[in-house]
Design a protein around this ligand. Sequence first.
Ligand code: ZN
Ligand code: ZN
Ligand code: ZN
Length: 144
Amino acid sequence: MPVPLAPYPTPPAPYTPANNPQSQLVCLGCRNLLLYPAGASSVCCAVCNAVTAVPPPGTEMAQLVCGGCHTLLMYIRGATSVQCSCCHTVNLALEANQLAHVNCGNCRMLLMYQYGARSVKCAVCNFVNSIGASTSTIEQKFGA
Ligand SMILES: [Zn+2]
Ligand SMILES: [Zn+2]
Ligand SMILES: [Zn+2]
């Protein structure tokens, strides 16, 4: 029985880039997730034929899952709460990827970082700024 040649490991599937030209929104009629080409002003759902208006360009949409009925909800980024159109649960939109700001402790450059980050490195002077360490009253060490 011939020994099969070990194949080269297959390269991992390319990660879908975030800047792909298709956008998505949730159908107002049937709550299906619809894909539409960038630039479209409205999308006609193939499932229920409802026409869903596309938010104006520049509007950053975010998504969350309703805590009441687990429907995927879309909302304009920056909103603090989203009311579900299915079960009317009001969901807090405190998403993990909100951006926060800090001034570099070394060169005072205004830096943006993802909310929840523990530290942010200054792109100008490479100074590593600890987030919350200077302003937080919470001890970093628990117990002792
Ligand atoms: Zn639909
Ligand atoms: Zn809901
Ligand atoms: Zn700096």
